[in-house]
Design a protein around this ligand. Structure first.
Ligand code: NAD
Length: 247
């Protein structure tokens, strides 16, 4: 058993990570959250700097404002990190890249294998259908903080062409659609775990590529698999591509 530290341990995802860790031969050494979870068998701290327990890997599902303290702590401890939080700014991304010079960092806005495949397929479709308009639609539960989702933005990066521009929703007298636009649309409601659709709209035909997560457990198992993969890795930035190649 390797020891795991979970940041955001009382969140929807953090609780699943704690529940399923042992299925991946990981033992939860400690958790961090501003809320105190009930009925857990490991210590939970309000701040990552207070953690005394040793661990071999960290999984984060919290919020972007926790990133600086997580990276400082992980660099000081030489602790590999699986960063699953979304909504990072460009400065946050730069901070992650810099940290990956000292520690192993796994970063993916979506930990599901299906979404990784969707990104590859969408990239190919974008190349094969050059004149087609592209629109990305995502749906999530009504508690999600960031919009559009990190996955929708990652899908944009997969399908974008030379002159592409993001068009976030449309309202009012916007005029005809510009060919370089790629629409990004966010639907929020209920308990939807995550749905993403990349649509390619051509003359008289439409291709829709969709992925639907029926349960958040799919993201938890992806993060736990990434944690196992990262233990013992040299410093660097890793993602789903490396995880899939290493399976
Ligand atoms: N990469 C993926 O596959 C994937 C999948 C699901 C969710 N996410 C992302 O993971 C993050 C968490 O999602 P969630 O649904 O579990 O959210 P959540 O709001 O249920 O949980 C977040 C937890 O982190 C804690 N937290 C946040 N900021 C903190 C801070 N500064 N200090 C201490 N504790 C802090 C909160 O108290 C909460 O318990 C979001 O950014 C979400 O978009 C990513």
């Amino acid at each position: 058993m390797s020891r795991l530290l979970i940041t955001g341990v009382d969140g929807r995802m953090g609780r699943l990570i704690a529940r399923d860790a042992n299925l991946f031969s990981l033992e939860v050494a400690a958790g961090v959250d501003s809320r105190l979870p009930e009925g857990v068998s490991f210590p939970v701290y309000g701040n990552v700097n207070e953690v005394k327990e040793e661990a071999e890997v960290l999984i984060d599902f919290s919020s972007p404002d926790m990133l600086p303290s997580i990276l400082d702590f992980a660099i000081a401890r030489k602790l590999p990190c699986v960063l699953c939080t979304t909504g990072y700014t460009m400065q946050d991304e730069a901070m992650i890249k810099e940290a990956s010079g000292s520690i192993a960092v796994f970063r993916s806005a979506n930990m599901s294998l299906g979404v990784y495949v969707l990104r590859q397929l969408a990239k190919e479709a974008s190349k094969m259908l050059p004149g087609f308009d592209i629109e990305i639609v995502e749906k999530h539960h009504n508690q999600k903080a960031d919009s559009p989702s990190g996955t929708a933005l990652a899908l944009y990066e997969s399908v974008k062409r030379q002159d592409s521009q993001k068009a976030f929703g449309r309202q009012g007298q916007v005029g005809a659609r510009k060919p370089e636009e790629i629409g990004l649309h966010a639907v929020r409601g209920g308990t939807v775990a995550g749905e993403h659709e990349v649509g390619f709209y051509g003359p008289s035909e439409t291709l829709l590529l969709t992925h639907s997560a029926q349960d958040r457990a799919v993201f938890a198992s992806g993060a736990l698999r990434a944690a196992r993969f990262l233990i013992g890795k040299t410093a660097g930035l890793y993602g789903m591509e490396e995880l899939v190649a290493g399976i």
